[in-house]
Design a protein around this ligand. Structure first.
Ligand SMILES: [Zn+2]
Length: 145
């Protein structure tokens, strides 16, 4: 029962650019959109400052105010927060031990961008399995903007 996440080319470029701009720190942000069957469709990418400034090389934390504002904004609409993204400076785009510890709540999709020496290299999507014991990679589809 693996899902798919669809991202427009333009949204992909936002993540790529913010991941490179944040280097050597991790970037982060939220993904708003909707879920049709197993297909997660991203409608908007909302970049956030990484608020763990002193540990930003291998940690990230989305600004809670941005999260709250987005939830308020989406209230009553068909869209919801379907996931978030962050980058791994000089590490592969696979969830770390820390990521697994942070995997709580209803946020479903984790996009991880790998940045090598300041250059974006790859973006992968992961989903927590039902028992929250591990991440599973899911398909990432880039659609024309
Ligand atoms: Zn991570």
């Amino acid at each position: 029962m693996n899902g798919v996440i669809s991202l427009s080319e333009q949204q992909f470029k936002i993540i790529q650019a913010t991941a490179e701009a944040a280097y050597p720190a991790e970037c982060c942000g939220l993904l708003a959109g909707n879920i049709l069957a197993e297909n997660h469709i991203v409608k908007r990418v909302i970049p956030s400052p990484n608020i763990v400034a002193d540990q930003a090389k291998d940690r990230f934390e989305i600004d809670p105010q941005i999260h709250i504002n987005l939830e308020l904004e989406l209230r009553g609409s068909l869209d919801q927060i379907i996931g978030h993204y962050h980058s791994h400076p000089d590490h592969p785009p696979v969830p770390s031990e820390t990521d697994l510890k942070m995997a709580y709540g209803p946020i479903l999709i984790w996009l991880i961008a790998a940045v090598d020496k300041g250059k974006f290299v790859d973006l992968k999507a992961h989903q927590i399995n039902e028992t929250k014991q591990h991440f599973e990679e899911i398909a990432l589809r880039i659609t024309p903007a």
